[in-house]
Design a protein around this ligand. Structure first.
Ligand code: MN
Length: 502
């Protein structure tokens, strides 16, 4: 499975009104075409930007919105009010729109031509107040949208549109998408539970369970020839531990792991699943915990959550789509253990095995070692370190009456060699610091599982939470714990009232 967002479209929709007459409206359309072309050619925007005729009537807007709702390739709309566009003509259309939109509050000319400006110029270039009239209607209708302000050639404006576009692709990907759970939840774990009907209603993806036996039957059907071919691919791709030579016991473990990968991959492809969960308490019929298989499937764009964690699997899938083609990796992650040395407090992140090699900085080593829990055969896994730089952890919880996303910015740091820890790992310092970040995270009820990324930042998660209309809490260098705890209180109240009975 490869993620391809380039075939998607965003539609560039310009608002005006008929009172301007034919001449000025032609000029409006020319400006809109010019901006569309520029956005389309901006390398940062990964999809096609499609020009749509200038909107001056409610009927045309209604028709356009119906088309946008229907068009599978259209992930969202960029709306720009070139001139004054009385917003009642947008009311019905906006009410019916079920795709995300961004309000681009720009104007064609960057500068005011001070020495030449006349009434004609001023009447034509009215985004400054036209955008406000449109903004009122969108707010009056309580429409969630991103607002981007600035000249359309401003790199910051283009970047914000690019981020929103990538998030809209992830949103489209989630609608009707399917996450498969092999088995159920890890026994007694709380945060990985949740209301799957509410998740489908709010975020669009469905969660489907299969007994692990269904997976085992796929694994059992894998042929020796396919296994040998895959082991060869491993040898060509990774630095293979010399202990994995022919006929060793560990070699057999590696072959078993390849068998699991091939069976899982076929299962996911047959069911058109976009992500999956495993549960190490429910591996009946599998010889080892799927480590290598999970790592490689994540690298191919599948979402993953351990211990039945379907919410993190779906979130990671969204991150994989958003970050498609960007530098830096993304993975399922867990805060594993702490380094609490004063002034150097650090989190060591890993999972038992399942960290995505898209994060690796050096050559990835393929090894087989005992797991020390679980009572299964020694599993194969990829071992590597992660480069330093900015990173981010995000997690979604079901709070009972709503979904909450918690996001923490972190700085990935170097760590000494770990000769006795044969798992992929990453160390980070959370912002503002470990003490405050963990306190805030814990007050928020943040999960111990996250989608971790070094490819995207908090703006992506803000845009995603806004599209899903779920709560989002950010912990970063500006976080003040007292403010944060108060935010938790008033958001509890806000969401209680805002969602009503659904
Ligand atoms: Mn876990």
């Amino acid at each position: 499975m490869e993620i391809d967002i380039q075939h998607h479209e965003v539609w560039f929709v310009t608002g005006s009104q008929h009172l301007y007459g034919e001449g000025p409206l032609k000029e409006v359309a020319d400006h809109a075409r010019h901006i569309t072309k520029a956005l389309n050619e901006a390398p940062e925007i990964p999809v096609q930007v499609v020009f749509k005729p200038v909107m001056t009537h409610a009927e045309a807007i209604g028709k356009l919105i119906r088309e946008a709702n229907q068009a599978e390739q259209c992930v969202g709309l960029i709306m720009w009010m070139h001139t004054f566009s009385p917003a009642k003509i947008w009311l019905s259309g906006l009410m019916n729109l079920n795709k995300p939109f961004v309000h681009l509050h720009t104007q064609y000319n960057r500068d005011i031509p001070w020495s030449e400006i006349d009434m004609d110029f001023m009447n034509l270039n009215q985004s400054a107040h036209g955008g406000r009239e449109f903004g009122f209607m969108a707010s009056r209708l309580r429409k969630n949208r991103k607002v981007v302000v600035g000249h359309w050639q401003d790199p910051e404006v283009i970047h914000k549109l690019a981020v929103w576009t990538r998030v809209a692709c992830a949103w489209q990907d989630a609608q009707g998408g399917s996450i498969v759970r092999f088995g159920d939840n890890m026994r007694n774990v709380a945060v990985t539970e949740g209301d799957k009907v509410a998740a489908q209603q709010q975020m669009g993806y469905q969660v489907t369970a299969y007994g692990v036996g269904e997976l085992v039957s796929y694994v059992d059907q894998v042929t020796d020839k396919d296994i040998d071919r895959l082991v060869e691919e491993y040898r060509d791709t990774y630095k293979m531990d010399p202990a994995l030579q022919d006929k060793s016991e560990q070699r057999q473990s590696l072959k078993d792991s390849a068998r699991i990968e091939l069976g899982m991959r076929r299962f996911l492809e047959d069911g058109n699943f976009k992500g999956f969960t495993t549960n190490f308490e429910d591996l009946n019929g599998l010889s080892q915990l799927p480590g290598l298989a999970v790592q490689r499937l994540m690298a191919d764009g599948y979402g993953f959550g351990a211990e039945g964690d379907w919410k993190t699997a779906a979130l990671l899938r969204a991150v994989k789509v958003m970050s498609s083609g960007l530098n830096g990796g993304s993975s399922f992650m867990e805060d594993y253990t702490y380094h609490l040395e004063p002034n150097n407090m650090t989190v060591l992140g890993a999972h038992m095995l399942e960290v995505c090699p898209s994060l690796s900085k050096n050559q990835v080593s393929l090894e087989v070692h005992p797991l020390s829990i679980g009572g299964k055969d020694d599993p194969a896994r990829l071992v590597f370190d992660v480069p330093t730089g900015p990173g981010i952890n995000a997690s979604v919880m079901d709070m009972g009456n709503r979904f909450r996303m918690v996001v923490n910015k972190v700085d990935v740091v170097d760590i000494p060699a770990l000769p006795n820890l044969p798992v992929a790992r990453v160390a980070w310092k959370p912002q503002p610091d470990l003490k405050q970040a963990a306190e805030a995270w814990i007050h928020a009820g943040g999960a111990h599982h996250t989608a971790f990324s070094m490819a995207i930042d908090e703006e992506y998660f803000e845009d995603f939470a806004r599209m899903a209309n779920i709560e989002m809490l950010l912990i970063d260098k500006n976080t003040d714990l007292n403010d944060f705890k108060n935010e938790l209180r008033w958001k509890d109240l806000y969401y209680h009232l805002a969602h009503g009975i659904h």
